[in-house]
Design a protein around this ligand. Structure first.
Ligand SMILES: *[C@@H]1O[C@H](CO)[C@@H](O)[C@H](O)[C@H]1NC(C)=O
Ligand SMILES: *[C@@H]1O[C@H](CO)[C@@H](O)[C@H](O)[C@H]1NC(C)=O
Length: 294
């Protein structure tokens, strides 16, 4: 290789490095600016609203108008910040949106279950609008109708039209914040607060939901995968070696996501003893086709 060629290679390498550097710097810059900062005079010490990059690049003047918000029922970490960007990218491309969570294991392709402008949602037994009528009336006034108009759902799993979600999302964010700032509501709803906030917002915008019980199963209570689409991996699964459920008591065989808060799950998780239901086995053997175990 002659000296000319060598120079050319070095130049190209240098240019690529420089471009890469610029991409990294410019990609990181707006991300940094947008970290939620402390806000004063509020019960919430960290601003939970993550600004979108498009917003930030135009917000040199602090008075400039916001274009949109993204509300996530998640933390404000860097990880979530870039996930929001990806979500927004896909949000713009589809007419129907599936909202799900990382502990929703999808076991078969999910069709568009929503119809006639209604959402499709999983009904949760612990979302009880009637029981919390007094609290909910703060957010769902009398003139909007009976509290039973609020579906017993959370935001996930939900399939909803993009145009409906566009209306619901900003209200959902505001109601979540209002509920969190109200001690009575915060105490009543605890960790299901954003679920109620979604259900209320959907009702406020007259977006009803088809309650779709077959959307998912929740082991260890539900035993068979059957025709369901999602395994909601939320409860710990404890069994003795006879394959009997010992819920609430650490089992000789156990699988609980909370065991892996700060460590990775081992590569070869011990298989459950015989007699453990199919739904639990499927959590451990995600690569086995479900027809084989059912
Ligand atoms: C699915 O989406 C379309 C719009 O894209 C909608 O009109 C239809 O009702 C939905 N449901 C089914 C079962 O196709
Ligand atoms: C949400 O709250 C902000 C601040 O109070 C308000 O300006 C905005 O109009 C509200 N948006 C909706 C959709 O309720």
């Amino acid at each position: 290789m002659g000296c000319g060629n060598m120079f050319f290679s070095v130049l190209i390498t240098f240019s690529v490095a420089l471009i890469t550097y610029n991409i990294i710097i410019s990609a990181n810059a707006p991300l940094k600016q947008g970290f939620p900062g402390p806000s004063t005079g509020s019960l919430i010490s960290v601003d939970p609203i993550i600004k979108m990059p498009v917003d930030r690049s135009k917000s040199a003047k602090p008075t400039s108008k916001r274009l949109f918000h993204t509300a996530v029922t998640a933390s404000d970490s860097v990880y979530n910040t870039w996930q929001c960007r990806i979500m927004y990218y896909w949000f713009k491309k589809f007419n129907y949106i599936l909202m799900a969570e990382p502990d929703h294991i999808i076991v078969k392709p999910i069709p568009n279950l929503s119809r006639d402008g209604l959402g499709a949602a999983f009904p949760f037994f612990y979302i009880e609008p009637k029981k919390y009528e007094k609290v909910l009336r703060k957010y769902f006034p009398e003139h909007k109708g009976p509290v039973t108009k609020i579906d017993p759902i959370g935001n996930s799993p939900v399939i909803v039209g993009r145009e409906s979600l566009k209306k619901i999302a900003p209200t959902w964010m505001n109601i979540s914040l209002a509920m969190k700032k109200d001690p009575e509501t915060d105490k009543a709803f605890g960790w299901v607060l954003e679920m109620y906030a979604y259900a209320v917002s959907s009702a406020l915008h007259d977006v009803g939901n088809i309650l779709y019980k077959d959307f998912m199963i929740q082991p260890p209570w539900d035993l068979k995968v059957g025709n369901k689409f999602i395994i909601h991996y939320t409860y710990g699964c404890d069994y003795n070696m006879k394959g009997e459920l010992t819920y609430g008591k650490i089992g000789e065989w156990r699988f609980d996501k909370r065991s892996f808060d700060s460590i990775l799950p081992p590569r070869n998780l011990p298989l459950p003893p015989p007699g453990v239901p199919e739904s639990v086995v499927c959590l451990i053997l995600p690569s086995v086709p479900y027809d084989v175990v059912s």
